[in-house]
Ligand binder design. Sequence first.
Ligand SMILES: Cc1cc2nc3c(=O)[nH]c(=O)nc-3n(C[C@H](O)[C@H](O)[C@H](O)COP(=O)(O)OP(=O)(O)OC[C@H]3O[C@@H](n4cnc5c(N)ncnc54)[C@H](O)[C@@H]3O)c2cc1C
Length: 405
Amino acid sequence: MKVSERVIVVGAGPVGLCLSLALAQAGVQVTLIEALGEDNFLEQVPRAGTNHPATLELLDRIGLYPRLEPRGIIAPLFHYWDRRERKLIAQFDHAHLKNDTRFPYVLQCERIKIVEEALKLAKAHPGIDLRLATAFTCCTQDSDGVTVWMTNPAGETQSMRGAYLVSCEGARSIVRSELGIEFEGFTYPDRTLSIEVAYDFRKHGYTERNYISDPDEWSNLFHWKGPPDRWRVHFPTEPHQDEEALTREEELQARLQAFLPTGRPFEIVASNLYVVHQRVAKKFRIGRVILAGDSAHVNSPIGAMGMNSGIHDAFNLADKLVAIRHGKADEDVLDRYERQRRHVALAHTQAQTIRNRRLLEEKDPAIRRNNHDELRRSAEDPKLARGFLLRTSLIESLREAEQIP
Ligand SMILES: Cc1cc2nc3c(=O)[nH]c(=O)nc-3n(C[C@H](O)[C@H](O)[C@H](O)COP(=O)(O)OP(=O)(O)OC[C@H]3O[C@@H](n4cnc5c(N)ncnc54)[C@H](O)[C@@H]3O)c2cc1C
């Protein structure tokens, strides 16, 4: 294979790894560049962890799902709670999707486990030239291909030619800013506090995924497989609050006790504070350089859509690059990638995650009551429940994207 037919992928996060595996398994040579090295690859902060049914089908396609299932928790149910009343509002069961997917559940499996397992597959694939501890620095393109510059583990600058460059380097993409592509949208003024605790919330009626509405302090509660099993609770914070004060042990314990008064200190495993953006790149492609995943769009984690929709980008793009490589499509098909995935990022991922947050933080009692009634009605009626789950599990977004010419 000529070097110029190679696809250069920057970033071995979930999106870059899935893309590289899907390409390599279809016979396309890939160079995958990752800034982190063997020594610190697994030291990344906890982030995504809920994998929706449509994503599980894709992960299965590249042989990743069987490696993840034993490391995760199969969760067919998810809950909406009213924290003020300490009451379950609605329980949704993915069993309603049994005719829509082979995986009528989500898999609670953290990003770090996904990249660890995917990296093992990438290392074992002869079609993937994996460059760890190598930082992408810049690129140029011409009518035949792209030239990429990187700093190798010895600190030297190297360059490489390829047919296409795909930026999967996350929200702070250098490629996106080098290309001058606007990252349109907004950033929420407050940060979200995430606390991980070793405590079994199921004895209080919670399930593996819980979205909890409260006009004063909404939250999310998720279960992760250990050992020891951990639960992650998310809380909003005030914009002016100081990070050191917010993450002090007494402060974390006080928040947890207000959330669930147990009278005994929680075993806190970790905590972190993160900024939440709602942004979509104005273009997903300029010539031979393409954006995917967080490099192309970032959103609030309420609804677990960022990594999932990024993985959907990866597979959509992989199919198109494979078709180009095998002479079954011309380069215009990459414009369809942008039309499809940018539409999904705006009309589904962003719109839905903005709605999700509004629903949880709603202050008006009458609107809250209506929202809760509607959730209850949706959960209880099988037809409405299926429609609701098709949306929340991103199946609808994939079906809609298929219709975009
Ligand atoms: C608290 C939290 C919870 C979340 N929960 C969920 C969830 O449940 N479900 C969900 O779908 N999403 C969730 N998300 C979002 C999710 O984490 C991201 O959407 C996802 O990780 C994006 O994947 P990515 O591969 O595009 O980028 P990233 O995961 O950011 O990976 C980018 C990779 O590129 C590498 N890189 C960066 N710069 C360079 C460079 N110059 N050269 C070489 N390599 C480089 C990085 O080291 C990294 O390995 C959550 C986010 C947060 C903050």
